[in-house]
Ligand binder design. Sequence first.
Ligand code: CA
Length: 501
Amino acid sequence: MLSAVILLTTLFLNTSAEQPNVVIVLVDDLGWQDTSVPFHDERTPFNDRYHTPNMERLAREGALFTDGYASAPVCTPTRASLLTGRSPARNRITYWTFDRNTDTTRQNPVLEAPAWNVNGLQPGVPLLPELLRSEGYRTIHAGKAHWGAHDTAGSDPRALGFDVNIAGHASGAPGSYLGTHRFMNSKSREDFSRTSKWDVPGLEPFHDREIYLTEALQQRAVEAIDRACSDDVPFFLHFAPYAVHTPIMANVRHLDRYDGLHPREAAYATMIESVDVALGGILDALDRNEITKDTIVFFTSDNGGLSAHARGGTAHRHNAPLRSGKGSAYEGGVRVPWIVRWPGVAEPGARHEDVVVTQDLFPTILSAASVESPRHHFIDGVDIRPMLKGDSSERTVLFHQPHTWGASGPGIEPFSAIRSGSWKLIFFHGDLRFELYDLDSDPGETTDLASREPERLERMRARLQQELRSQQAQLSIDRSSGLPVVLPAIIRSETHSGDDS
Ligand code: CA
C-alpha cells in the first residue's frame, strides 16, 4: 500500500529558488535522546546533559518530528534506503556490509540469515544523488559512506552519483577520530606505513594535526559549499560525520563541560557536541553565502543510539524513555532525531507527530528539486511536505532485520515489525513470538498487549504479512528445516476481558 510510483509535485515550490540547495546531515548512531532538543513530550535528564545549540537553532527555525525513524537499527540499510527511496526489505540490504561477498551476520544456533545483498548498494539502480546530478546539481558526500562493501564499485560514493567524495569508503567506523593518529587504528599507528580497512581515506592534509575528525569533515564540507556558491550551481550536500559511532573518543576541546560524568559518557557527549558544532558551521556557511532561504536542511541519524556495549552507565538505558538501543527491534533501535528546516514550507518551531522514515527523503527531495524519478522505480518512501503543511495521513512502516547483531540485549534478535498509527507489532523470528505496543500511551514498550488485544493483534499480523509480501522481504531461515520462518496464526484465548477496545 505504501509503495507507490513517485507522483511529481513540481508546482508550488515555496523556496525562492527553482532548484533549492539540499543539505542532509545524517549523523551516525545518534540516539533520540542524544541532544538538548526535547523529542519526548517532556525534557529528560539527557536533554540537560547534552549541549546541541545548533540543533536547537535548527528546530526553532524549522520543524521537528517526534516520531521520526531510521529505516533500520544498523547503518548500511538506512544509508541505502536514503539513496534509493526503498525500504531495507525491498533493497534486500538488511544488515551492515564490510568485505566483498561476506555476510557480517553473527552466528545464531537456530536461525541463519537469508541470501541478502551482502555487498550492499551498487550502481545500476536509480539513486538520489545521480538523479539530482542529472538535473544540474553538484553532489557532495562528506564523511561516512558505508553503502557498499570493500572491493566493490559501491564502496566509492563517486560510483553512486556523487561528484565529490570527502573521506567516504566501505568502512563504517574510523580507526581514530584524531588527526594526530592520522585517523588510523592503533595497529596502524604503531607503524604508519601499515594500512588497515579502518583508516579514513583522503584527509592527509589533516594528518599529525590537533584536529578532530568531525572538524576536518566540517572544514571540507564548508569549502565545498563555498565552491558551489562561487560556481553558481545548486548543490546537494550529504554530510555524514563518522561520529558518534565507536570508537568513543573525546574531543578534548569540549571535555570541560562534561566534568563529573563517567569518562566514557563525557567522551560521548563531546562527540555529540562536535557534530553540533559542525552543523553550526554548515548553517553559518549558508548564511555567509546568503543562500539560507534557498536551502533545505534535513537533520537525522542512521539508527538509534548505541546502548548494548562500549558505553558508561546502565546498558540499554541510554535512549530512555525508549527501550534498548542500536540493533534492537524496540524504539531505542530505530527512533531518531528528525529536524527539517525548509523555508516557506516547514513552520518554524512546529512539532509534528507524523511517522516519518529515512526513505521518505528520496521522494521529498526529488519533489522539492523538481526532479523526476524513473517511472518504474518502485519506492516505499513518501513525500513529507504535506505533513509539514499539517496534512496528516495514517501510514504503515515496515522494519525488517533478519539478522543476529553482534551485541546482545532487549529486542536484539532477528525480527520484523510494523508501526501503524500509534501501534507497533514486532515479530521475533527465533521463537515466533509477537509483541504488541501502543506507543502513544507506552513509548517505552513496557506493556505487551498481544494477549489483551487479540483482534488488534490479528489485524496487525495480517498487515505485517501484507507488507512483508508486497516488499518481497526475506525472512530468517530456520536451521532445522532449511526454510524461511512463517508468521504463526493468532490463537485467540477463550476468555478475553475486552477491557481495551
Ligand atoms: Ca549507524
